[in-house]
Ligand binder design. Sequence first.
Ligand code: ADP
Length: 623
Amino acid sequence: MSAEKMEFKTELKQLLHLITHSLYSNREIFLRELISNASDAINKVRFDSLSNEDRLEGNKDWKIKLSADEKAGTLTISDNGIGMNRDAIVDHLGTIAKSGTRAFLDSLKQQDVKLRPDLIGQFGVGFYSSFMVADRVVVTSRTAGSPADGVRWESDGQGDFVVESCEKATRGTDVILHLKEDAKEYLKPWSLRSLVKKYSDFIEHAVVMDVEHEDEGKKEIVEDELNTRTALWLRNKSEVEPEEYEAFYEQISNDSAKPGRVIHYTAEGNNEFRVLAFIPSRKPFSLTWEEPKGLKLYIQRVLIMDSCEGLLPPYLRFVRGIVDSSDLPLNISRELLQKNPLLEKIQKNVVRNVIEALEAMKNVEYDRYVAFFQDLGVMLKDGAARDWANKEKLVDLLLFQSTKTETGKYTTLADYVSRMPAEQKDIVYLIGESREIIESSPLLEAFRAKDWEVLLLTEAMDEFLFPSLHEYRGKSLKPADHSDTDVPADGPTAEDAEYKEFLGMLKTKLPEVSDVRLSRRLKESASCLVADKEGMTAHYERLMMKMGRVEEESKRVLEVNASHPAVSALLSLYAQDPSDPRIENYGRLLYDQAVIAEGSKVKDPAAFSRRINELMSRSLGVV
Ligand code: ADP
């Protein structure tokens, strides 16, 4: 087949442009990316060969070889992995395959890359990072078959590439980098050695390089292995140094921060498996809700799946690590494997251990836990709402701000309950956009007067979590903005009979509300709005509207404060002359105030201003 010139896909062009122009300072990671591709390719052919030994062509001395040619200025990375045919090479090396790479591109668009060169290290942009160090890249590759089936790909990373057939003696892929003038350091053995040590030491396949060896005066070329490739999880916990865990974590997660907690154990009993997993110290850039989740699954040291969903529930998607089982069958399809009941058992065990690690972190390294929770606590909340089996433990891991914590400090539900005065029956919370907004809500006045603590919640997830919890240690969880939440009152407050008719009249003038009542929760303010028994609270409704799940506003209950002078004066006015037009006008102002206080918008701002201005004019004696 003759050579064919093809264009890169558009977004790949953007990526290549960024890579070659902006990401200079981190360019050494190209080697990690290429070695990791080579290692993946070896894992793939090894996995396939479990059911089809012929694919190996007798070539199963798994290794990745680095060859530097000083004269030609090339560095070649060769593997004896699965290889690519023409379609695969066009497909894989002409478009962006990886979701992580797309996330990377998106985040680059939002940031000034020159300010954040470390970003690239956290994502890994795969094969294309070659163009940070090379101005021309040639790839020759072949899948199992005959030497004539080879394919050659070449590009300068500018906009197009050329593919053609070629002869290749062995199965696998060679990536040949024609190094840029200022990247020639990557031809030096010491430089390659230190890069492999730094980034790829735990790659399970040997990374080798030819070196000259002198034995009793005789020189010979031998292959030197550059990585230690110890499967860290097979070693005894007591023999592993913290730095080794950190390096391994960085390698599997691309997160340059140290892990928050290491989980390393062997489960024994009917089924034996080993687990090495990490809780990040903060949210890694590459973590998204869409990203594939799960741990790497090894069966007897062979990587079977890169992210096995069956091993972790979605809410623990921030955990990175591996599970190595000796009891799962090696040679069945991944689909069937996912259905194996042993996976479920392993998942249960992993979840229990992750939760215990989080508990330990919270009890022993509280500051570290808080930093983790500020970034990723929302996922634990998601878990507490969904994972019924572990709900209680997960709820105890949650941190909340409250009227008794300083800004930025937290309490747990257990601590909250221990502070509850005897007469307080329920746990009270209020959800809103920010702590500041919630704290200034009139709904808190009675609780504050009684010195009852209220949880101040600001995450959208809280709206889903709290209703799903119902109770904690026998105490109901009640939103402060709900009409049936018990509010502390000092003796009888409401002069219901006296107000009955007046409130009924107000209700007819305010079709926006479902009822008008006397309030027990107000001390200083004149009015507030609360959700009706089955109704939505204002914050929840705003949230649902944003998500397009609710179109129409629901009606809320207007509560007025009988001990407020404005309210009692209005009652007197009503007693004197029920038809005085000011009653409706000022009644409406009580409603508008409550709308503003709950963080919603006044429907008719012009009419609102008119009413305020009329009031001002009156009080200044103009009207
Ligand atoms: P990623 O490896 O993260 O998917 P890359 O851009 O590095 O992204 O590579 C794209 C694809 O090209 C890989 O998914 C793989 O299918 C193929 N590929 C890259 N390098 C090799 C290799 N050495 N051997 C076989 N296939 C490879």
